[in-house]
Design a protein around this ligand. Structure first.
Ligand code: FAD
Length: 602
């Protein structure tokens, strides 16, 4: 009895935390756990180690051994690859939490912001085999016993978020719920990059960071990123969740992992004849709920009174005032009833976050995709690395279940980018590599990615079958960064400041007279003079000939690249030919030169 009660004392808090069924309870039990064990969660660097020391009974140990195995991967360099980095992650959806875990394993300080206070999405996600393997490796089964048992390859969004939230907290990630991100605040005075939050006085608003990852879902794209729109033919999706009583009869009903019209004409014809419901496809997963997702034809929605009036514009067509909610409930119910052969006899709607029947209709005619996955902003000498992951990077096409699979891929790729950043790789190279990898994302399928799931890591080479990390060259990403000062900063004064700085540090040099960002740089002497001013030993000004334009430019470019890590943004002949001097590229280049020379030499 004594040993059992000792065991209970020890297992109590972590088990309660591990099995907490809602976001609110996870946060509450986590706080209790920290209090009981007297460990400060703000001490993120030592938190996990202290937790392990204090909770060393067999059940906890089984979880630690999983997490230790992951953490011991060489990529993380024993959690030291990013010890200097501070990362802000926007969104505690599956992808935000997944990237937060990787950043914590790399040794970074990680703060997550989530505007919701609870995880209420019943919708069920299809998981590709590698994601199942990945989640098992993080101890998913210890938190959610039913995780992908047997041949199950799906999970509700809510459960997935709960698993990832628990892992994040154990690894020292600071997760703040009920906090909305409203924008970035540029560095000023002593302060670095910070975030504007709602509520304003939230302690996380004092957090200063050098990495910002947006995982805000859907179409949430921070300033500076652009989206491309891929428009298909009108596609109206309907999701519906019904209560799963987990009875023996319910267990017997077969799932429908994707019946598309082209494969089963007879089924859809019978559905139409018997119910008047006309669908392109339907999926049914038995999970926490009975989850149905289908693509419905507009004509039948109009005929059944679900959509009140026909409009050619999809937004107007599906506007709440144009949808009869009760008719929508009937439509979804009848489709679910018919497609399961009436075996789910007592279909009762589960409730959504607003305590309403969990049925929704959405338009997925347009799919969005970000043009870039990464950016660097620089202000007052402070750089901020920005990345997108999850749905806000590439909106998934749900019938293919790409949301989590590609979302996690992007989370790993982003962690790899932050690793390079943390290890001091020049930012042009970091961005070029990230964009090279991003090019592959939309084509990834379970077939063309490595089958060696156990070997998957944040290193892209372990996952993509053939990846060229330099398919995009540093000079091709220059415009990405270039746009920045002009999008956010008072551009005119920014330009003038830079021009004055160049003039000041080249005054007195023969044949150098800087008046602009184009012509004045043509001979290459101005660039050489700048270098000479700060590092006289690197260039012998007396040896230069003002008519040997290509040579002068080549010399300046290679010195700047070799000595200061600044890759050229154009070729020496482009610079030699004044018509080809791109003003913005030159401003960017000189901005970097100025930053590099502003750092005191050791
Ligand atoms: P989200 O899950 O959307 O999370 C974003 C988070 O950011 C949210 O919690 C939000 O509250 C928070 N947030 C947003 N703005 C702010 C802000 N300003 N401040 C603070 N927090 C903010 N995927 C699959 O893999 N398989 C499927 O079968 C599948 N089926 C789907 C069916 C439907 C009908 C739909 C709509 C999607 C489906 N998906 C599926 C896609 C899947 O839901 C998403 O891919 C997944 O949830 C993406 O995760 P995410 O973290 O990128 O974004």
């Amino acid at each position: 009895t004594a040993s059992r009660s000792r065991e209970q004392r020890q297992t109590g808090p972590v088990d309660v935390f591990g099995h907490a069924p809602s976001c609110e309870e996870v946060m509450q039990h986590f706080a209790d756990l920290c209090r009981q064990l007297d460990i400060d969660p703000k001490d993120f660097r030592n938190f996990y180690t202290q937790l392990k020391e204090k909770l060393n009974y067999w059940k906890a140990k089984a979880l630690w051994s999983k997490l230790d195995k992951r953490a011991s991967h060489a990529d993380y360099q024993q959690g030291k690859a990013c010890t200097k980095n501070k990362c802000l992650v926007l969104g505690a959806g599956p992808c935000g939490l997944r990237v937060a875990i990787e950043l914590a394993l790399l040794g970074a300080q990680v703060v997550v912001l989530e505007k919701r206070e609870s995880f209420s999405r019943n919708n069920v996600l299809h998981l590709w085999p590698y994601t199942i393997c990945d989640l098992r490796g993080l101890g998913a089964k210890k938190f959610y016993g039913k995780f992908c048992s047997g041949s199950l390859d799906h999970i509700s969004i809510r459960q997935l978020q709960l698993i990832l939230l628990k892992v994040s907290l154990l690894l020292g990630v600071e997760v703040n719920t009920g906090v909305e991100f409203q924008g970035l605040i540029e560095p000023s005075g002593e302060n670095g990059w910070m975030a504007k939050l709602q509520p304003r006085s939230h302690p996380a608003s004092a957090f200063q960071f050098d990495v910002f990852i947006s995982a805000g879902g859907g179409r949430f794209v921070p300033d500076g990123f652009k989206h491309k729109e891929l428009r298909g033919k009108l596609a109206i999706g309907i999701t519906a969740n019904f209560v799963n009583g987990n009875t023996a009869a319910e267990a017997q009903v077969a799932e429908i992992s994707g019946v598309a019209r082209i494969y089963n004409q007879k089924f859809f014809q019978e559905l139409l004849t018997e119910t008047g419901i006309d669908l392109e496809n339907i999926v049914y997963y038995k999970d926490d709920t009975h989850y149905f997702v289908m693509t419905a034809k507009k004509k039948s929605l109009l005929k059944k009174g679900v959509i009140k009036q026909d409009y050619s514009d999809a937004e107007q067509l599906l506007a709440p005032e144009n949808v009869d909610h009760e008719a929508l409930c009937h439509y979804a119910h009848d489709a679910a009833h018919f497609s399961t052969g009436g075996k789910l006899s007592d279909l009762e709607f589960a409730q959504n976050h607003a305590n309403q029947p969990d049925v929704a209709m959405f338009d997925f005619t347009c799919m969005h995709r970000a043009e870039n996955a990464s950016l660097v902003r620089e202000r007052r000498g402070r750089k901020l690395l920005m990345g997108l992951v999850g749905d806000c990077l590439v909106e998934p096409f749900w019938p293919l279940g790409t949301g989590i699979a590609r979302g996690f891929m992007a989370a790993f790729d982003t962690a790899w980018m932050v690793r390079s950043w943390g290890m001091g790789v020049p930012h042009f190279k970091v961005l070029a590599e990230r964009e090279s990898i991003y090019q592959l994302l939309s084509q990834t399928t379970p077939e063309n990615t490595s089958k060696n799931y156990a070997a998957y890591s944040i290193n892209p080479k372990t996952r993509y079958q053939s990846v060229n990390l330099s398919s995009i060259q540093p000079h091709q990403v220059s415009t990405v960064i270039l746009l920045f000062p002009f999008l956010f900063v008072d551009s005119v004064s920014g330009f003038e400041e830079l021009l004055k700085w160049c003039q000041k540090h080249t005054s007195g040099y023969e044949d150098v007279n800087i008046k602009d960002f184009t012509q004045s740089w043509r001979s290459g002497l101005a660039l050489c003079a700048l270098i000479h001013h700060f590092r006289p030993k690197l260039i012998d000004m007396a040896s230069l000939d003002k008519s040997n334009i290509v040579h002068n430019n080549q010399l300046a470019f290679s010195v700047l690249e070799k000595e200061l890590g600044i890759p050229p943004v154009m070729s020496p002949s482009d610079l030699a030919n004044s018509e080809h001097i791109d003003r913005l590229s030159m401003v960017l280049y000189l901005t970097q030169v100025r930053s590099a020379f502003s750092v005191p030499t050791k």
